[in-house]
Design a protein around this ligand. Structure first.
Ligand code: PEP
Ligand code: MN
Length: 338
């Protein structure tokens, strides 16, 4: 339920109204839109005394929220969420979140070379899997803790923030210390234990859409993280499984405006895993930026044909450079920048 209140309401009255509502099974969150204060009420709504609320002169409107997600809903939080990485780096603001790097961390030389190249082209985050979720147990599973060390080295050299996937709750502490944005992969989108644990951190979480997840299921996973206290969720559309077989997945471009409508959370797009095809990364990145996404996560490898994972969808640093240059004017039209 949301209660819309006069924007000019005093802190004292706001606290009093909050007290009327709050209870053992009811939590209250306060946000604001351009013309009102929004009180979001979550929990056992039968216990809320509507009659008392209606009597308050500052209450403009009381509305039921049908969607099962609350904290992730734009109705509860009308303004876009902007996540501050540091004074100069914000996610969900004008500048796009440009994450680039190989599918997996393979060696120090590889990471440093790719990091330098993508940074020079305009990337502001470095990706690289240290723990890899592979369909086959016989495929390369990642360099694990050694991979995290190499990501940190590349960060020391370039200053790029690190984005990497967490697969196990056992590694929460080391990820919390070493990683700037923790990625929850498509296969773990509904690993509720993992979601609850990262919800206890104060770190930005990149939540990939599950392979066959609806938008509502995806937002419910964001809700798991947020309900534990972590509001810093970045959604990532990475293609969904459909009946189409000519690509690895089907990029759901329509998820971008739909998420923007339903939620205040930033949404970025992964055109690499969405198709699995190198030449498709360029046109789909353009479509995603033009559709209003907040950034892109792209697999870039210095020798894609020799990559230990996902070489077929990885673009070269030169291709990344061309892509970023082609994206800039598109971003500019919708008042975004790279
Ligand atoms: C990845 O980004 O390396 C990855 C495995 O992606 P996804 O979880 O979307 O398949
Ligand atoms: Mn990959």
């Amino acid at each position: 339920m949301i209660v819309k209140l006069e924007k000019s309401i005093s802190e004292k009255r706001l606290d009093e109204i909050k007290e009327l509502v709050e209870g053992e099974d009811i939590s209250v969150i306060i946000n604001e839109s351009s013309d009102e204060k929004i009180m979001g009420i979550i929990g056992n709504l039968q216990d809320v005394n509507l009659k008392l609320l209606e009597k308050c002169s500052e209450v403009k409107e009381i509305c039921k929220v049908d969607e099962p997600y609350k904290r992730a809903s734009r109705k509860f939080h009308p303004k876009n969420t902007v996540i501050k990485m540091n004074d100069n780096l914000l996610v969900g603001d004008k500048e796009l979140m440009m994450i680039a790097g190989p599918c997996s961390v393979e060696s120090e030389e590889q990471m440093i070379e790719i990091a330098k190249r993508v940074k020079a082209s305009g990337a502001n985050f470095l990706r690289g899997g240290a723990f890899k979720p592979r369909t086959s147990p016989y495929s390369f599973q990642g360099l694990k803790y050694e991979g995290l060390k190499l990501l940190k080295k590349a960060k020391e050299v370039t200053g790029l923030k690190i984005v990497t996937e967490l697969m196990s709750t056992d590694d929460i502490e080391i990820f919390n210390n070493d990683v700037d944005v923790i990625q929850i992969g498509a296969r773990n989108m509904q690993n509720f234990d993992l979601l609850k644990k990262v919800g206890k951190l104060n770190k930005p979480i990149l939540l990939k859409r599950g392979i066959a997840a609806t938008i509502e299921e995806w937002l419910m996973s964001a809700e798991y993280i947020m309900s534990e206290g972590n509001p810093n969720v970045i959604l990532c559309e990475r293609g969904i499984r459909t009946y189409e077989t000519s690509m690895r997945n089907t990029l759901d471009i329509s998820a971008i405006p739909m998420i923007k409508k339903l939620s205040h959370l930033p949404i970025i797009v992964d055109p690499s895993h969405a198709t699995g095809i190198r030449w498709m990364v360029n046109p789909l990145s353009k479509a995603a930026v033009a559709s209003g996404c907040d950034g892109l996560i792209i697999e870039v490898h210095n020798n894609p044909d020799k990559a230990l994972c996902d070489g077929k969808q990885s673009i070269t640093p030169d291709m990344y450079d061309t892509l970023v240059n082609e994206l800039r004017p598109i971003a500019e039209v919708i008042n975004r920048s790279i």
